[in-house]
Design a protein around this ligand. Structure first.
Ligand code: PHE
Length: 338
């Protein structure tokens, strides 16, 4: 090897140190030049092949070179340890990452939309617990002690008078025992019944209860107007409402409420079983017995109540044929709600 070749090697090696971007690369450079089988020791061993006249200068240069690399590597080492690692740098050639937008669950959507609709009529949202007692869920709702709905086969009893509420109606009782009229609330929430699950039944479902009690006269016409407004807002401007006589212990008179079928617009189709109407809610004027239970004077207050199933509205509105789809959390189903 000549002095000129040594010069070139020296310059190259320092350049490599300077270019090392991270600790790993720098270590490789160190091993290549200073390692036991590295370039520098190899050149030392070849000293005798250098022309005798050049040998002293050559030896001095190699020694100096080794020190220079050592110093350069040490300096570079502190520099790269402070620098952010190459690996976290942004690689603009990588394909983009898709963020799949989530979707509101149909049950949440119906609840939120309903709350917004009733808010426009002056209803605020009230809440009550899933675990209720016999008084709020049955007794104060004027349900006689022998009523079949209280049976073990219909209601999840939890020991003593505790139960999983079978309806959101106990929130009516909670509201009236804690507030003076006027009371104007809706209350969405979970309800529980010992039902065998099939395409239209679930042991755990959701209801929205409505209650309006005032010291000014409130009539069945107000109830009908309220539900008609809700039907139009929820199902479309052509939706109609029909009342059929019914019985509930806590309303008198009581009605079952049908919405006109939004699929066939009342003509009759598979969804409405050819009737043109779909059963949606139970409702009625609050029974005077209930006012007595909550400490209102039945002679001085007027009011109506209604309650309907959230899943039922969701299934009709979004064309969902099986209630179980709402609980399976299958993303192929949920993604369609976007
Ligand atoms: N709670 C009744 C049910 O679950 C519905 C209802 C609510 C009826 C309010 C009348 C008034 O079937």
């Amino acid at each position: 090897m000549t002095l000129a070749e040594l010069d070139k090697l020296q310059a190259d090696s320092l350049m490599e140190v300077a270019n090392a971007a991270d600790a790993e690369t720098l270590e490789k450079v160190r091993i290549r030049y200073l390692g036991r089988n590295g370039v520098v020791p190899a050149i030392m061993k070849q000293m005798k092949e250098v022309a005798a006249a050049d040998r002293p200068v050559f030896g001095k240069n190699v020694n100096q070179w080794r020190k220079e690399i050592e110093t350069a590597i040490a300096a570079k080492g502190t520099e790269v340890s402070k620098a952010p690692s190459n690996k976290v740098l942004f690689d603009c050639s990588l394909p983009g990452r898709w963020h799949t937008p989530g979707a509101r669950h149909p049950v949440s959507r119906v609840i939120e939309e309903s709350a917004a609709i009733f808010a426009r009529l002056g209803f605020s949202v009230a809440d009550g617990p899933d675990i209720e007692n016999r008084f709020n869920n049955f007794t104060a709702l004027n349900t006689p002690a022998h009523h079949p709905s209280m049976d073990e086969s219909d209601t999840f009893w939890m020991g003593g008078d505790q139960l999983l509420r079978t309806q959101t109606s106990p929130v009516q009782i909670r509201m009236m025992t804690s507030h003076k009229p006027p009371v104007r609330i809706i209350t969405p929430g979970r309800t529980y019944r010992r039902d065998t699950t099939d395409a239209t039944h679930s042991a755990n479902f959701h209801q929205i209860e409505g209650l309006y009690v005032d010291t000014e006269p409130v009539s069945l016409a107000d109830l009908k107007a309220t539900l008609a407004y809700y039907a139009r807002e929820m199902m479309g401007s052509e939706a109609g409402v029909r009342f059929r006589p019914h019985f509930f212990p806590f309303t008198e008179p009581s009605v079952e409420v049908d919405f006109s079928c939004h699929v066939c617009r009342g003509q009759g189709c598979r969804v409405c079983k050819m009737s043109g109407w779909i059963e949606i809610a139970g409702a009625g004027m609050v029974d005077p017995r209930v006012y007595e239970f909550v400490g209102y004077d039945p002679a001085k207050v007027f009011g109506f109540a209604f309650g309907f199933g959230v899943e039922r509205i969701a299934m009709i509105k979004y064309g969902i044929p099986d209630i179980r789809w709402l609980y399976e959390n299958d993303v192929r189903f949920l993604a369609q709600m976007r």
